[in-house]
Design a protein around this ligand. Structure first.
Ligand code: ATP
Length: 296
C-alpha cells in the first residue's frame, strides 16, 4: 500500500499543497483529479522523490519511500524525457539496465512491453520517427520496464487517441493485478471513469474528496450523441431536454432520474433506426460539480 500523509509544500509565498493525504491500496488505481494549477504535478513529483515536501511523508508498505527505494518507483513525468534519436528497444533496455536489471532481463521486459503495447514493430525505429500515441506508448514502457513496485503517472492520457488509451489501460491493469499500487493524474474525468478504483479530488492544493470512483461519478443525466441521420427529432422525445444541437451532434439531459435509462435507450434506438450512431455516452460530472457535491 502507498500511504500519503500530510503533504504540504510552498514555493516562496505560494502554498501549493496543504496537508494532502490519501491511501492507495495494493493492486488498485487511484486518479488524482484536479483543474489547472491544482497541484497535481507538484504532488506527484514529491511522491516520486524528485521534490522535497515541507512537511508530510510517503510510505510504501509501511516504510518511507526514499533513498534506494526510489528505484522501485515507476514515474511518468509530465515533461516526457526520452532520447528522441535513440532506437525504441535500445533505450528501453538501457533504462532497465540503469535500474539494475541484467541485459537479459531488461531485453525480456522490453520485448514483453512492446508486444503488449502494440508497438513491437517499432522496436528498431528512432523514437522521433513515431507519432504522438506511439511515443507515449514507449514512454509508458520506459516507466514500467524495471517492474516497479509502485507506479505514478502524470497525465498519461493527455492528447491520446482511444486506441493508445485502451492499450495503456490494459497494461496498467496487468500491473495492478500483480499487486502494485498505481496513481495517475488527470484533468479529464471521462477518461478515468472505468479505469480507476478510487479518486482524490484536488483543488487549490487541498483534498476536496476521496472516495471510490463509482461513488463519486454518479450519473449526471446528461448524454452526448452523434448520429449520421441528424437529430432534429430529439426535442420531440418525451422526457428529453436538448442542451445543444449541431447537425449530427447533440447534448441532451433527462431530468427524471427514474426514467433516465429508459429515455436514453429510446433515443439511442430511434437514432439507430434512422442510420448509424457514431457516438453515444453519458457525461461524467465536471470537476467543479464533484468538488461542490462532495466537499469534505
Ligand atoms: N518550481 C516551482 N516554482 C514556483 N512555483 C511552482 C513550481 N512548480 C509549480 N509551481 C506552482 O504551483 C502551482 C501548482 O502547479 P502544478 O504544476 O503542481 O499544478 P497541476 O495541477 O499539475 O497543473 P496542470 O494540470 O496545469 O499541470 C502552480 O501555481 C504553479 O505555478
Amino acid at each position: 500500500m502507498l500511504e500519503v500523509k500530510g503533504i504540504t509544500r510552498s514555493f516562496g509565498d505560494l502554498q501549493v499543497l496543504s496537508d494532502v493525504g490519501f491511501d492507495v491500496p495494493a493492486g488498485t488505481l487511484t486518479g488524482i483529479v484536479g483543474g489547472r494549477d491544482a497541484g497535481k504535478t507538484t504532488l506527484l513529483r514529491i511522491l516520486a522523490g524528485l521534490l522535497d515536501a515541507d512537511d508530510g511523508s510517503v510510505l510504501l508498505d509501511g516504510e518511507a519511500l526514499d533513498g534506494v527505494d526510489l528505484q522501485r518507483v515507476g514515474y511518468l513525468p509530465q515533461q516526457r524525457g526520452l532520447y528522441p534519436s535513440m532506437r525504441v528497444a535500445q533505450q528501453l533496455v538501457y533504462i532497465g539496465r540503469l535500474h539494475g536489471f541484467s541485459l537479459g532481463a531488461a531485453e525480456r521486459n522490453t520485448h514483453t512491453l512492446l508486444e503488449k503495447l502494440g508497438i513491437a514493430d517499432f522496436a528498431d525505429l528512432r523514437l522521433d520517427s513515431l507519432g504522438l500515441g506511439d511515443r507515449q506508448r514507449v514512454q509508458i514502457a520506459a516507466t514500467l520496464v524495471h517492474d516497479p513496485d509502485v507506479i505514478m503517472l502524470d497525465a498519461p492520457f493527455e492528447g491520446l487517441d482511444t486506441g493508445a488509451v485502451d492499450d495503456i489501460i490494459e497494461v496498467l491493469g496487468g500491473h495492478a493485478e500483480s499487486g502494485v499500487p498505481i496513481v495517475l493524474t488527470t484533468t479529464e474525468l471521462g477518461v478515468v471513469e472505468g479505469v480507476t478504483d478510487n479518486l482524490v479530488i484536488l483543488q487549490d492544493g487541498e483534498v476536496q474528496a476521496e472516495a471510490a470512483t463509482n461513488e463519486l461519478l454518479v450519473p449526471t443525466g446528461r448524454f452526448e450523441i452523434e448520429a449520421s441521420a441528424g437529430l432534429d427529432w430529439l426535442g420531440n422525445v418525451s422526457g428529453v431536454t436538448v442542451d445543444e444541437l449541431d447537425g449530427n451532434y447533440a447534448r441532451f439531459s433527462v431530468a427524471d432520474e427514474a426514467d433516465r435509462a429508459d429515455v436514453s435507450q429510446r433515443v439511442l434506438q430511434k437514432a439507430l433506426g434512422l442510420g448509424t450512431v457514431t457516438h453515444f455516452s453519458a457525461e461524467a460530472p465536471t470537476i467543479d460539480e464533484l468538488a461542490r457535491t462532495t466537499a469534505v
